[in-house]
Design a protein around this ligand. Structure first.
Ligand code: NDP
Length: 278
């Protein structure tokens, strides 16, 4: 029987993870099955236990269960502990190892796929939720000149900045407080684009040559990337690359081999063009 893996979320039917991992498995000659499992809002732990009892070897975790997965894991990698969120679980009885590959995925997409060095850059991170927490440590490790976290709920931005201040030059603020500043790399880690909402960003944020990155992805340009294009950002990128790279990192943890990602990204982009799916 093939080794079993799954992604747990709610909702989860839209997830591209089964297609991504099937493509990785085929390319790396690995015998595994990967499915999407819809967990009830109040039934994530039971769902995962049933999966493990049925022979599950590992799982990805998406909205809204990343924090709960962090509490369920019996051991955490340092980056998962720092993030306070888990997107990858490995089951090796009796241990449930929790990891967070979001930051590594974003960094790989930015530096390797998009050629954005980060070191010495002025970086703006929009949002202070689970995704922002997952990527903050790796972003600081890359050595930006300074990193500002801006969030609708200002207190969360400050709290996150204080928590991470040993990692580098990092501060938190509200959106209006960004007035008068400009950045080389601007990352949208809010879920505003999911709801089709624009962020109330002051003018002048996008420095000449800047890269605007939205963690959200889809066939349509997101409101954040539309705004960035109209305000002078030189380059725009969505989060499909991050999605594929964080999956490759999870695959490496489970199977000990890191799959190539470029062909999988191309496959997903062409699938989106054909179906309009997200
Ligand atoms: P959370 O629910 O944990 O956090 C949501 C964040 O968005 C909070 O900072 C919240 O602010 C902010 N926010 C929500 N709505 C608005 C709005 N209308 N205006 C301004 N701010 C808003 O979500 P996650 O952090 O887990 O996910 C964030 C995004 O990142 C999602 O779009 C998700 O799909 C994407 N993502 C992509 C990945 C990839 O691989 N490409 C991986 C992980 C996430 P407040 O604190 O004020 O509520």
């Amino acid at each position: 029987m093939s080794d079993r893996y799954a992604v747990f979320g709610n909702p989860v039917s839209h997830s591209k993870s089964p297609a991504i991992h099937a493509a990785f498995a085929a390319a790396c000659n690995q015998d595994l099955a990967y499915e999407a499992i819809l967990a009830p809002q109040d039934g994530f732990a039971d769902c995962v236990r049933a999966f493990v009892a049925g022979g599950g070897c590992g799982a990805n975790v998406t909205l809204p269960f990343k924090r709960e997965a962090c509490r369920l894991a019996t051991r955490l990698t340092p980056r998962a502990r720092l993030a306070g969120a888990v997107n990858t679980l490995s089951f090796d009885a009796p241990e449930w190892l929790g990891d967070n590959t979001d930051g590594a995925g974003l960094l790989r997409d930015l530096t390797h796929n998009l050629g954005c060095p980060i070191a010495g850059m002025r970086v703006l991170l929009l949002g202070a939720g689970g995704a922002a927490r997952g990527v903050l440590g790796p972003l600081l490790d890359a050595g930006p000149r300074r990193l500002v976290i801006a969030n609708r709920t200002e207190a969360s931005a400050h709290e996150l900045a204080v928590r991470m201040r040993s990692g580098g030059e990092v501060s938190g603020c509200s959106y209006p407080q960004l007035a008068g500043q400009s950045f080389d790399l601007l990352i949208n880690a809010t879920s505003a684009s999911l709801a089709g909402a624009s962020l109330p960003l002051p003018n002048g944020l996008f420095a000449p040559g800047s890269l605007a990155y939205d963690m959200m992805y889809g066939e349509q340009e997101t409101p954040f990337l539309r705004l960035a294009g109209s305000r002078g950002a030189a380059r725009l990128a969505d989060g499909l690359g991050m999605l594929v790279e964080q999956a490759a990192e999870a695959f490496r943890l489970w199977r000990g081999v890191r799959p190539a990602t470029a062909s999988v990204m191309a496959m997903l982009r062409s699938g989106d063009r054909q179906t309009g799916s997200r």
